[in-house]
Write a protein that binds this ligand. Structure first.
Ligand code: GLN
Length: 482
């Protein structure tokens, strides 16, 4: 048998059900792996080992008391991105401004996972407040790509991706505002699913851009993503953006998955792009061929407003961030400047000392585009263009079951290699439009670059609230990719 820490959710669940392993053994294996590897990879910021072992013990007791029940997640350790509140654990958003902050309550996603008996395995690193594409914007530590430690894991859910890809956990939660689940999943060889906007509650998840943020699973297989989404999805009275929409059986949807008859759209705007790495291009084209050979019908589609997506995102996301981050004022949470002699200085200095440069840049941009006289010209207009982008997707999904595209223009780059913010922003070229439209989308491992042996994923985009179809197609791809 492979090492216990290498297991995915489904495999671990089977061994737990058969009593071949206990949750305590599994959790200990993850903790040992954390001690062995985290100093090099830096996926985790903190790990409450005692708490995790206590939860594992409790899970084993539940199973012993009621062994016949069907538990998909009972006793499985899952790493949590450091902006999701877990009662009694730190929640810093990888920011100095929240250093020392301990969550007073569980986010709904955590409540949901705990009700399934998940063991919260530790807090994983990220770009500060989820702003970035490499985890280099973390105010609290460096995370390295487990496939090449000179390279970034992607971001902003880089700690989640490095923990899954480097087998420092069984699965992880990430968040995606413009690509932060999918791009790091591609860089670290994981499956990363961004659910449709509203599919998963954000109550207790520190807000970056509220009209875009989604929580989703980062896993070692498509089935694991389905198992986790099953526990995460659904209406939450604490988050008004979660509709009554029914939650289908995502795991059952994978049975008999096949590419036969699947209509796969290839948006032309995603394929003739300058600056795309030739290896990413090759791997994506090969993925398309494999899908076709397995029976998928390829359909060329057009999403004509794609070229405006970046500009729209960099108005909408900073605008919302500037409002959301106003609460970090040194009064109620985290860091408070000791050098203040007035209330104004308390706010200004606490924020100046606590926030890193990228967060400040976003707050300044956001405040600017919302300021009086500019609101209509920037934010109002961006919202109108956003509607056009959403309509492009609606139109495409009249003809196809899913879209296939690259995830990011390059494989993982070197730490420190991308200095210019604009170049960094361009990493999300292929993930931002579907974030703006609210569609579900996933990154699935597709292959490795020839020379550098770096993982590269492909993206499948699904219709809104069509996660079952999307996951089924991703599973079909998993079956044909090798
Ligand atoms: N990289 C993008 C940004 O910096 C997306 C981040 C995210 O999805 N959280 O805004």
């Amino acid at each position: 048998m492979s090492e216990l820490y290498e297991l995915g959710v489904a495999e671990a669940g089977e061994l737990l059900a058969k009593k071949e392993i206990s949750s305590v053994e599994l959790t200990k294996a993850v903790i040992d792996r954390y001690h062995a590897k985290n100093p090099e990879i830096g996926a985790y910021l903190t790990f409450d080992e005692e708490g995790a072992l206590a939860d594992a013990k409790a899970a084993d007791e539940v199973r012993a008391a009621c062994p016949e029940s069907d538990y998909a997640l009972l006793g499985v350790p899952v790493a949590i991105k450091d902006l999701i509140n877990v009662k009694g654990q730190p929640c810093t958003c990888a920011s100095k401004i929240l250093r020392g902050y301990v969550s007073p309550y569980d986010a709904t996603v955590i409540k949901n996972l705990k009700s399934h008996g998940v063991v919260c395995a530790g807090r994983v690193n990220m770009d500060e407040f989820a702003m970035g594409s490499s985890t280099e914007n973390s105010g609290l530590g460096v995370t390295r790509n487990p496939y090449d430690t000179e390279r970034v894991p992607g971001g902003s859910s880089g700690g989640s991706a490095a923990a899954v890809g480097g087998n420092l956990c069984i699965a992880a939660l990430g968040t995606d505002t413009g690509g932060s689940i999918r791009q790091p999943a591609s860089f670290c060889n994981c499956v990363g699913l961004k659910p449709s906007y509203g599919r998963v509650s954000r109550y207790g998840v520190t807000a970056f851009a509220s009209s875009l943020d989604q929580v989703g699973p980062m896993t070692k297989s498509v089935k694991d993503a389905a198992i986790l989404l099953q526990a995460l999805a659904g209406k939450d009275p604490m988050d008004g953006t979660t509709p009554d929409e029914c939650v289908p059986d995502y795991v059952a949807a994978l049975e008999g998955a096949s590419m036969k008859g699947v209509k796969l759209g290839l948006p032309k705007e995603y394929f003739d792009v300058k600056g795309i790495d030739p290896e990413v291009k090759r791997i994506t084209e090969e993925a398309v061929k494999k899908c076709e050979a397995a029976g998928a019908e390829l359909v060329e589609v057009s999403l004509p407003h794609t070229e405006y997506a970046m500009a729209v995102y960099y108005i909408v996301a900073p605008a919302e961030a500037s409002a959301n981050l106003a609460r970090f004022d040194g009064v109620r949470y985290g860091h408070r400047s000791e050098r203040s002699d007035s209330v104004f200085n308390l706010y200004a200095r606490s924020r100046a000392e606590g926030f890193g440069p990228e967060v400040k840049r976003r707050i300044i941009m956001g405040t600017y585009v919302l300021s009086s006289g500019y609101y209509d010209a920037y934010y109002g207009r961006a919202q109108k263009v956003r509607t056009l982008i959403r309509r492009d997707f609606d139109e495409a999904f009249r003809k196809v079951d899913a879209l296939l595209t690259p995830v990011a223009p390059t494989p993982a780059f070197r730490l420190g290699e991308v200095q210019d913010p604009l170049t960094m922003y361009l990493n999300d070229l292929f993930t931002i439009p579907s974030a703006l439209s609210g569609n579900c989308a996933a990154s699935v491992p597709a292959g490795f670059t020839a020379d550098t042996k770096l993982p590269v994923g492909v993206q499948f985009i699904g219709g809104c609230y069509r996660e079952a179809t999307l996951l089924r197609i991703c599973r079909a791809f998993e079956l044909v990719r090798s």
